[in-house]
Design a protein around this ligand. Sequence first.
Ligand code: ATR
Length: 270
Amino acid sequence: MTDLYAVIGNPIAQSKSPQLHAAFARQLGHDVRYEAILAAPDSFRETVLAFIASGGCGMNVTAPFKLQAFELADELTERARMAEAVNTLKFSAKGILGDNTDGVGLVDDIQDRLGVSLAGRRVLMIGAGGAARGILLPILQSRPADVLVVNRTAARAQALADALASQGPIRGGPLMAAGGEEYDVVIHATSAGLNAGEAPPVDYRVAPDGLAYDLAYGEDTPFMRQARDQGATRVADGLGMLVGQAAESYRVWRGAMPDVRPVLEQLRLT
Ligand code: ATR
């Protein structure tokens, strides 16, 4: 029997998730159907419940519904609780499980595919919104020496650091707290570069064997340009994280981990 999954969001036409999950299912020889569902802003809950009633096994959740998915879930994983956002729903007789695979997608991309270990390293996170919150727990679980979160609104960075303080060495401050110092891994998690904007003005250097990573994807994002201008030799966009979070969702649903690399290579070509 064909198992049914979907991604839900608004807008949704741009989503690469159907393409990714179709590739995973082909790779693993699974009989899976994966749809894209556009939901009106005020009909998230009823759209999910209708999908469950039609036999759906799981869903990916994208903007603007990650918080509503968090509230809808009957049970949450620790990483979803910390993220206060859900990008993966799994349906079973026990109810609705809410998970968040964004952080693992990012950490796997940085460590496994880009080959930069986070253990014992200094991490600078630029941004303290939903995207930053979603990835900080898996970063701290990778045992960095230190994580500094800087944000235009310093109080938000401080609050995020306070919320995660029990999980590892993390501090928060204004953009200028980066202080022109050297970091091993710099992660850009603001929405400032989207829609032809500029990356926030932050003064940092990237260690010679380090990495500057943009959560957004594109060949040459404003943050990637900024990082290169400040001397970074290795920069990456977030396409690997996108494929990685999808693969981890697939694993949560079906217990089998797809091979990310060939799917990522294919995506780079399209
Ligand atoms: P997301 O889910 O994409 O993280 P969000 O929760 O609205 O969205 O957070 C947006 C992030 O981008 C925040 O860190 C925000 O900074 P503030 O907390 O100060 O608002 C940051 N951001 C957005 N536009 C920005 C800009 N022009 N300059 C600097 N930071 C910006």
